[in-house]
Design a protein around this ligand. Structure first.
Ligand code: ATP
Length: 273
């Protein structure tokens, strides 16, 4: 296991979770001391099976736990060197954190054009909005082609592109994507992940991506964390994770649909013994 803390200084880290715990409904401990880091300008994956705590971890960063009666009960969430636990979700967006929720949430009755405009910060000038839309359409030419259709009639892949495009309108410094591959054909996953990787390289955007599709995610990230039952059980470079025999057997072995043998995997838990 490589220690990322030794690889980068605090100024190089955009997001750091330090031993956080998250409780829902005052009693249910969903996250049990998770620590992870996203170095500036890098892409990091948080991998794990259903219910492992991936979405909860992202919500702890974006501040979306409160509507679900959840809260960070211990530890700290640091963004660009600043503790953000007490900030409202909107204040976190203003700092540059953008969370694309699972399920491609877009305004279905609006066109992609209108969806992008609606996502722009209120203070953004008309010219800046137009410039941002052009930039986003440059990355997602399919969206440009569909810009005047109702978003509800777009394909799943196009809606996912639109959801990411809406996030980019906020000009984030950290983009958090929750299961962007969910329900999409492999060629579309490859297309969308390739575009995200291009944005990361060209714009230096830091990305934290939550995925069950370990195979696809490990192709584009530099590092990955594996979460199980609210705890990080492994973190390493993408290369090392791909070459790890446990990861291969239980997370990559099923092709596109990973985590097919989770029961067996849980029985072994080699890395915990
Ligand atoms: P999935 O891939 O299914 O989205 P996940 O890894 O994102 O799974 P979470 O959704 O973060 O997992 O859930 C982690 C744990 O917290 C689970 O035990 C889940 O039942 C619980 N949990 C999630 N949301 C809530 C909530 N709003 N209230 C109570 N418990 C919750």
């Amino acid at each position: 296991m490589t220690d990322q803390k030794n690889a980068a200084g605090p100024d190089d880290i955009i997001l750091s979770l330090n031993s956080i715990e998250v409780v829902y409904d005052f009693v249910s401990l969903a996250i049990k001391g998770v620590s992870l880091e996203v170095p500036k300008g890098q892409m990091v994956a948080l991998l794990g099976a259903n219910g492992a705590g991936k979405s909860t971890t992202l919500k702890a960063v974006s501040g979306l736990l409160k509507p679900e009666r959840g809260r960070v009960s211990r530890g700290e969430v640091m963004f660009a060197g600043r503790q953000i636990d007490n900030l409202l979700p909107q204040e976190r967006v203003e700092l540059g954190i953008c969370h694309v929720l699972e399920g491609r949430r877009v305004f279905e009755h609006l066109t992609p054009d209108e969806n992008l405009e609606a996502a722009a910060p209120p203070a953004m000038s008309r010219q800046a909005v137009a410039r941002e839309k052009d930039r986003i359409y440059g990355y997602f030419p399919r969206l440009f082609q569909r810009r005047t259709s109702q978003a509800g009639y777009l394909s799943g892949g196009e809606q996912q592109m639109l959801a990411i495009g809406r996030a980019l309108m906020t000009q984030p410094r950290l983009l958090m994507l929750d299961e962007p591959s969910l329900g999409l054909a492999p060629f579309l996953v490859a297309e969308i992940f390739g575009i995200v990787q291009r944005i990361n390289r060209e714009q230096g955007l830091s990305v934290l991506i939550v995925e069950q599709n370990a195979l696809a995610a490990l192709e584009i990230v530099s590092h990955g964390y594996l979460i199980e039952n609210g705890r990080i059980v492994m973190h390493d470079s993408a290369e090392a994770l791909k070459n790890n025999s446990d990861i291969q057997e239980f997370y990559l072995g099923g092709g596109e649909t990973s985590f097919h043998d989770v029961k067996h995997y849980r029985r072994r838990k080699r890395w915990l013994t």
